[in-house]
Ligand binder design. Structure first.
Ligand SMILES: [Zn+2]
Length: 506
């Protein structure tokens, strides 16, 4: 196979979509030749119209990566690494990306983020075709629509491993997955950030940076990261930084996970926020009841009509708003009410919050404060206010802020598992507990409930899928109920009121 036209196509793609300068084409071509262990070149004519139309570089990268595998330049498991390496030759350097972003940002923050997001897809940093294979559906819940996704590219994490990582003092380079030093880094196979580009910004007087997530949980999903590798925390300075961020990008929401295992994100060792362009289900949840603080009577406050325990507040002045929210952070940090199982601390701190900021259409700053607690008990060794054991086969990972707000990211393994379960419901395979595949064993109660409900009926594939989705939807709602520190029953509501009253909020 003659590989030269494929090289020419990648170069033209980069000129058309990635701002590769004409003056850099020969240089880039020679670097690509070197990666392919070639020392000759013959120029071929190519069809440029087709390349102009491309939404992502799959078609130009694939022949080059195949060539590298077939000629023993890389092994099969290094495909991503190699394609990112080729891409990195033809895309903007970090400084060029920042210059372009800053120019656009001065005119319109939204234009700047739109450009970077599009560039990240065109450069294959965000692997759009792979992400498009993720399953996504909406669930009609009792409190509005939940969104459920099965993410095929994100690795499933384990709460114990996350907690262990926090204690680990072992030095690595980079210190963790989200450190600034990942820009351009790769370990040669599984972890490659060659095409990652970050945007510096100042939050609360500290140096931070923005990067899009390669897993893309939703439209323009990304993280704001502290430039120093320093542990997660939630305090007054967090609130100031979140509110600074929404000035930097008024169209995004941004939230900080609780800084404790079980109720926090998967990386607790490095201070960071998550956000993006999307309105998550909780954002759309209305007020359950209006409340008023004696100390901050001018701030609009309410308890949100949502599964878990959320206080929402909005105001025009971000200093005042942060000050008001900080009184809740401080009060909650020490608040116990054993009648509803809330104990702020034992030998470790258990109460924490998940604050989320955004700007409302009227220009006011808005903070949602989700109250969290990570205590475990004999009955719930994985967490009292965590997904309960019967739901673990669907989701056992920490319920971080994205899920607490109603967008579920379920593990990729479910895709194959659910396809097998479907066959029991269409009666393509007869269900037998004794013959259940090892991989499906943890899901046995889930399967048996569905099989029992379908009875002797031979469901169509569509019906089977609907039944499975309905059951998953019910479980996701159940998980959210589990995370509520104040339950929705009379006892829980009264306990929530007592907590508010303790801060002179009624
Ligand atoms: Zn780090």
């Amino acid at each position: 196979m003659i590989i030269y036209p494929s090289i020419e196509k990648l170069l033209y793609y980069a000129q058309a979509h990635l701002l590769l300068d004409d003056l850099d084409v020969i240089y880039a071509r020679n670097l690509i030749l070197d990666e392919l262990k070639l020392t000759d070149y013959v120029q071929y004519e190519i069809d440029t119209d087709a390349i102009d139309e491309m939404q992502n570089p799959d078609a130009v990268l694939e022949p080059l990566v195949n060539y590298a595998v077939e000629n023993g330049i890389i092994t099969d498991d290094q495909r991503d690494y190699f394609s990112d390496k080729l891409m990195n030759i033809v895309i903007y350097k970090p400084s060029e990306v920042v210059d372009m972003f800053d120019d656009l940002h001065a005119k319109s923050p939204a234009k700047a983020f739109d450009w970077l997001y599009d560039y990240s897809i065109k450069s294959d940093y965000i692997k759009q075709t792979r992400i498009a294979k993720n399953k996504h559906w909406e669930a009609k819940g009792t409190k509005g629509k939940l969104e459920i996704t099965i993410n095929l590219s994100k690795p499933e994490r384990n709460n114990k491993a996350t907690a262990k990582m926090l204690d680990s003092k072992a030095k690595a380079y980079p210190d963790c997955m989200i450190c600034k030093e990942n820009e351009g880094f790769s370990n040669g196979s599984t972890h490659c950030r060659k095409t990652l580009r970050t945007i510096p910004m100042t939050l609360g007087g500290e140096e931070w940076f923005w990067q899009f997530s390669p897993y893309s949980y939703f439209n323009q999903h990304g993280i704001a990261v502290n430039s120093d590798h320093t542990p997660m925390k939630v305090d007054r300075s967090t609130l100031d930084k979140l509110l600074d961020f929404v000035d930097f990008m008024p169209n995004y929401f941004i939230g900080c996970n609780a800084a404790l295992p079980i109720i926090g994100g998967s990386i607790l060792t490095h201070d960071h926020f998550q956000g993006g362009l999307k309105q998550l289900p909780m954002h759309k949840a209305p007020a359950l009841k209006k409340i008023k603080s004696e100390k901050f009577p001018y701030i609009d406050m309410c308890v949100v009509d949502w599964y878990n325990s959320v206080i929402r507040m909005s105001y025009t002045n971000k200093e005042n708003l942060a000050e008001c929210a900080d009184t809740i952070l401080k009060a909650w940090a020490d608040y116990s009410d054993e009648s509803v199982d809330i104990i702020a601390k034992t030998d470790a701190q258990h109460n924490s919050v998940t604050p989320i900021a955004r700007k409302l259409p009227d220009g006011k700053y808005c903070l949602d404060i989700i109250l969290r607690n990570n205590r475990t008990s004999k009955e719930y060794p994985e967490g009292i206010f965590h997904s309960h054991p019967e739901y673990f086969p669907i989701k056992s990972e920490a319920i971080g802020l994205i899920e607490a707000m109603g967008l579920f990211i379920l593990p990729g393994r479910l895709d194959a598992q659910l396809a097998e379960i479907e066959k029991f419901l269409t009666k393509e395979v007869k269900y037998s507990a004794a013959k259940l595949d090892e991989k499906l064993l943890p899901l046995q109660p889930f399967i048996e409930k569905l099989v029992k409900e379908s009875g002797t009926a031979k469901l169509s594939q569509v019906e089977a899928q609907l039944n499975i989705k309905d059951e998953i939807n019910r479980i996701c709602e159940g998980i959210l109920d589990n995370t509520a520190v104040f339950k929705k029953d009379e006892k829980g509501v009264a306990a929530f009121d007592r907590f508010l009253a303790s801060m002179d909020i009624k």
